[in-house]
Design a protein around this ligand. Structure first.
Ligand SMILES: NC(=O)c1ccc[n+]([C@@H]2O[C@H](COP(=O)([O-])OP(=O)(O)OC[C@H]3O[C@@H](n4cnc5c(N)ncnc54)[C@H](O)[C@@H]3O)[C@@H](O)[C@H]2O)c1
Length: 263
């Protein structure tokens, strides 16, 4: 009951981490606006959470109307808005050779600019509810993998957005903005994505300890569990913070002697 009566928009909640966040929010007694590109999957999630607890919106996040439509739907269905989870993202591989201007702009548009525009549209309602924003970034924000160039830069921009607005919106309006940077998470899509990147069909079993010290990577439900703290009143006035969820430190790792041979 940690989110009792809160109304929360979760973008990109048709699959993976967003779906786990939305389901956990409802378990904690929130009402959710589900959103994403895949209508069939979105309606399945809606059925799982129950139509009395959720509503689904199917629109590309980069359209001129999506942010406004999401906020309007929250108000029309549940009468208020307490929180926005900016989770939708284009998780896409590219490097110095394959990242052209149009592609880079599209990645930035989906992963950094659209979250900003949704916060902007939601702000009047978040001011009324003394609500909050939770951005879902990535550990790639700190520099990122070579073959995730544009994606990593977009997550760096999102992290700066969190710091900037987490400061000003809190001070001016009492609206908190925080971020979770997940490490490697085993979602339905990630399972398939890494196969396309050349890994085996069962790549997630028996990963080297350098990537997965525990023997497995994170589950979406573990990210969702941490989100509840940031969305609930338990996190008090804390704002502008970025929480990393990975199973090793991001700097100063105690790497094994043979780590240079593991890629
Ligand atoms: N899976 C991981 O290992 C991992 C690691 C770190 C960070 N993340 C981050 O977590 C979040 C969720 O990742 P995931 O792996 O669950 O992703 P996913 O690919 O499984 O799901 C992405 C969601 O975003 C939506 N989406 C994508 N582009 C959209 C667009 N243009 N308009 C509207 N909706 C759109 C999709 O419909 C879907 O609901 C993302 O922000 C991602 O960057 C994931």
């Amino acid at each position: 009951m940690r989110l009792k009566d809160k109304v929360i928009i979760v973008t990109g909640s048709t699959t993976g981490i967003g779906k786990a966040i939305a389901k956990r929010c409802v378990e904690e007694r929130a009402k959710v606006v589900l959103h994403g590109l895949e209508e069939e999957l979105g309606l399945e999630v809606l059925e799982e959470v129950g139509t009395e607890n959720g509503v689904f919106w199917n629109e590309d996040i980069t359209t001129d109307t999506c942010a406004e439509n999401l906020v309007k739907l929250a108000l029309k269905t549940f009468g208020k808005l307490d929180a926005v989870v900016n989770n939708a993202a284009w998780v896409i591989a590219s490097d110095i050779h394959t990242t052209d201007k149009e592609f880079f702009q599209k990645v930035m548009d989906i992963n950094a600019i659209s979250p900003f525009l949704l916060i902007q549209k939601a702000l009047p309602e978040l001011i009324k509810s003394k609500g909050c924003v939770l951005n879902i970034g990535s550990i790639n924000a700190w520099s990122g993998e070579p073959n995730l160039l544009a994606y990593s830069v977009s997550k760096g921009a999102l992290m700066t957005l969190t710091g900037n607005l987490g400061d000003s919106l809190m001070r001016e309006y009492g609206v908190r903005v925080n971020q979770i940077n997940p490490g490697w998470v085993l979602t339905e899509r990630e399972r398939e994505r890494k196969k396309l990147h050349g890994l085996s069909d069962t790549w997630y079993e028996g990963l080297p300890k350098i990537f997965a010290p525990s023997g497995r990577i994170l589950w979406p439900e573990e990210i969702a569990a941490a989100c509840i703290f940031w969305l609930s009143d338990e996190s008090g006035p804390v704002s502008g913070q970025v929480m990393t969820l990975e199973q090793h430190p991001m700097t100063g790792r105690n790497l094994p002697k043979d780590s240079s041979t593991i890629h």
